[in-house]
Design a protein around this ligand. Structure first.
Ligand SMILES: [Zn+2]
Ligand SMILES: [Zn+2]
Length: 214
């Protein structure tokens, strides 16, 4: 196993580790059971990064739940790109939840009834929601059965060894696609790599928008 880099190669190794540990990939529609790994992705910044990870997971036979924003300043879910991302995620066998900006719940038929708050505050983070799963409320959230890659920092360590060894009863694994899809050994480097890629895409978007770039 290589060092725990935040790149697609190690993400693939994480999925393989879960398979080695005989875990099954599950969704948030049922309460977690022993042997479940709930792959959760909060898509904060880049639909393109989400699709890269989604394709990799589909190849690896690892379905996940992607939480998409309706109020992002970085992407527009109602745009053609947004609709394409939604459709492709579904096609690949993933679920789509709502990454909501408190206190706004914009749940509609684009989403499964499952919510993850963006930048949650402890005072509302774990509050149960009516008729909708809040992924940070019990039983989907439990101490010791949750890992997150926030800002390229695993608070309790990268779980690949524990997964391979079957040491965790079950796990909710939150990863942010941008962190893994773009190269960088620091969060800043990774974000700059993402912005460089987005700049290229912006040039294409301008051309599609009939802007004269000659
Ligand atoms: Zn690792
Ligand atoms: Zn977020």
């Amino acid at each position: 196993m290589t060092a725990c880099a935040f790149d697609l190669a190690h993400y693939r190794e994480l999925l393989e580790a879960a398979r080695t540990g005989s875990y099954r990939f599950s969704f948030f529609d049922d309460e977690p059971e022993a042997g479940d790994v709930l792959l959760r992705h909060d898509v904060d910044l880049s639909l393109d990064a989400a699709l890269q990870l989604a394709e990799l997971e589909a190849e690896a036979g690892a379905p996940a739940t992607y939480f998409l924003m309706t109020r992002s300043v970085f992407y527009n879910l109602a745009s053609e790109e947004g609709e394409h991302a939604l459709a492709r995620l579904r096609e690949l066998g993933h679920r789509v939840g709502h990454h909501a900006v408190y206190p706004h719940l914009d749940l509609d038929d684009r989403f499964d009834p499952v919510v993850a708050w963006h930048n949650p505050d402890p005072k509302f983070m774990s509050e149960p929601l009516d008729g909708v799963v809040n992924v940070m409320s019990p039983p989907w959230f439990a101490a010791g059965r949750y890992r997150s890659d926030s800002n390229q920092h695993w608070r309790s360590g990268c779980p690949h060894e524990e997964l391979a060894g079957g040491e965790l009863e079950w796990l909710q694994l939150l990863t942010h696609p941008e962190i893994w899809a773009y190269a960088g050994t620091t969060m800043r480097e990774t974000m700059v790599a993402m912005l460089d890629a987005e700049r290229e895409r912006d040039l294409e978007r301008l051309a599609v928008d009939r802007i004269d770039l000659s």
